[in-house]
Design a protein around this ligand. Structure first.
Ligand SMILES: [Zn+2]
Length: 462
């Protein structure tokens, strides 16, 4: 009898101890989760606003905005269309472009070059895709074919979007057809955006793709011209989608019009759509023009024709923006780049290493240009110190917005004595580690700016 009671007590004690251990484990796990979430929501800027009311506004000597982040005198992006690219090809050439790893092309360049992606692929041309002999249906795409219930490379696309190796949507997909069928529908766009909102794959850059059966294209419609097939912005068309597309965050659009001009004072222009909406259009260099004939340079082995000394000097010496169109993964040789392509890319890297041209993914370049041209700010003075207070992006196309730290990355102001200045975002001071004070550039003026994005050489294929 006594033994039985003892057993009961020890059984009870055992349960009690185990419960306590379990409770502690759960609490500890919760605390760890909390710590992680607190860490990821670290404030971008300092928590305490300065009192502008106690300061004197400075009216007469507003500092000029420098055109590019210091020390650069130009900016260049490579905008790559994802046509005929397998996941393996994509990963192979981005290891060389973005990381500093040893690769089959030599040591990685560590440049910020992003790519595009699509959701569907119903291309029925029989082109070879890669060295293994796959065909176009094996191209990197989010869904299999046009079936949104079957996932293909979604995980890879979401991953590479989040780490910055993909920044553009090459329309909803490859709808090129040799039977002239128009397979795109508004419903496919609706389903795509639903999925994209859920997964977080939400690019701001849209690039038109292909020809007449790609009726989802928009931005250059002309009833008599080559682009009469474009229907994405026509509210009367079954292919209409720009209401969804613009509402879901697309800010910058390439409308299929190729340019032979290599660089621009401003890469952006207002683009009016047929549904009455407005979005930013942007220029891409796609071809040379020889005796009135177009010579397309947007193929991988044309890289030396695109990234040569003459073009790069033009960007650097004239202080321009350039967006260079490519189809980096289109070939099917075992190596995407040949020796001359590699040399052209290395030449580009040398312009960045020398502080001449900042190489940036397309989205960051376009955002920088937009904010650089439309930032509203005012200057205050107090006790010998000056404050540049950034308040609003007065965007005439997309409407006004309150800037975030990411929006103002690289923004630089000419000032006499950078040591006496600091930068505020709606009266909140930036952290010192985000501020950069610069010596005089070739204009003879010193400057203060917000630091550009930290370079990231991580090999995200691992
Ligand atoms: Zn394309």
């Amino acid at each position: 009898m006594r033994n039985k009671t003892k057993r009961r007590i020890s059984y009870f004690l055992f349960i009690l101890v185990m419960s306590i251990v379990l409770i502690l484990l759960i609490r500890n796990h919760g605390a760890r989760n909390k710590a992680v979430s607190e860490q990821s929501s670290l404030p971008e800027i300092q928590a305490q606003q300065v009192s502008l009311a106690a300061m004197t506004p400075v009216q007469d000597q507003s500092p000029k905005v420098r055109k590019f982040p210091f020390p650069y005198e130009g900016m260049l992006a490579i905008s790559s269309d994802i046509d005929s690219t397998s996941v393996a090809e994509f990963e192979g050439y981005h290891r060389f472009l973005n990381t500093k790893e040893e690769t089959p092309y030599g040591k990685g360049l560590g440049l910020d070059i992003a790519d595009s992606a699509w959701m569907y692929n119903v291309d029925n041309y029989s082109d070879q895709l890669d060295k293994e002999g796959h065909h176009l249906d094996y191209s990197m795409s989010y869904f299999q074919g046009m079936d949104p219930k079957t996932i293909k490379d979604a995980d890879k696309i979401i991953h590479y979007f989040k780490v910055g190796w993909i920044d553009s949507l090459h329309t909803f997909g490859d709808f090129s057809r040799n039977d002239q069928q128009r397979l795109f529908t508004r419903n496919l766009a609706e389903v795509a955006w639903q999925e994209m909102k859920t997964s977080g794959f939400m690019p701001k850059v849209w690039i038109n793709h292909g020809t007449v059966t790609n009726v989802q294209n928009f931005g250059a419609y002309n009833p008599k011209g080559l682009f009469q097939y474009q229907a994405g912005d026509d509210p009367k068309s079954p292919y209409y989608h720009t209401d969804l597309t613009l509402n879901n965050g697309i800010k910058f659009v390439w409308n299929s019009i190729g340019m032979s001009q290599f660089s621009y004072e401003d890469p952006l222009y207002p683009l009016k759509l047929r549904d009455g909406k407005q979005v930013w259009g942007f220029y891409r260099y796609t071809n040379d023009e020889v005796k009135g004939k177009k010579l397309w340079t947007w193929e991988t082995h044309e890289l030396p024709r695109q990234l040569n000394k003459q073009h790069l000097d033009e960007v650097f010496q004239k202080g321009k923006y350039s967006i260079v169109t490519q189809h980096l993964g289109k070939g099917y040789d075992s190596l995407v780049f040949n020796e001359k392509d590699v040399q052209a890319l290395q030449l580009l890297k040398s312009y960045q290493d020398d502080g001449k041209i900042l190489v940036s993914r397309t989205e960051h370049l376009l955002e920088y240009a937009r904010v650089n041209h439309h930032i509203a700010y005012s200057i205050y003075q107090s006790e010998g110190k000056f404050y540049i207070n950034l308040t609003k992006i007065e965007d005439p196309v997309l409407g006004g917005s309150v800037p975030t730290l990411a929006d103002i990355r690289g923004l630089t102001f000419y000032v006499k004595d950078p040591g006496k200045y600091t930068i505020l975002l709606n009266a909140y001071p930036l952290f010192e580690q985000d501020i950069q004070r610069n010596e005089a550039d070739k204009t003879g003026s010193k400057s203060i700016g917000v630091k550009w994005f930290e370079p990231d050489y991580t090999d995200y294929t691992k």
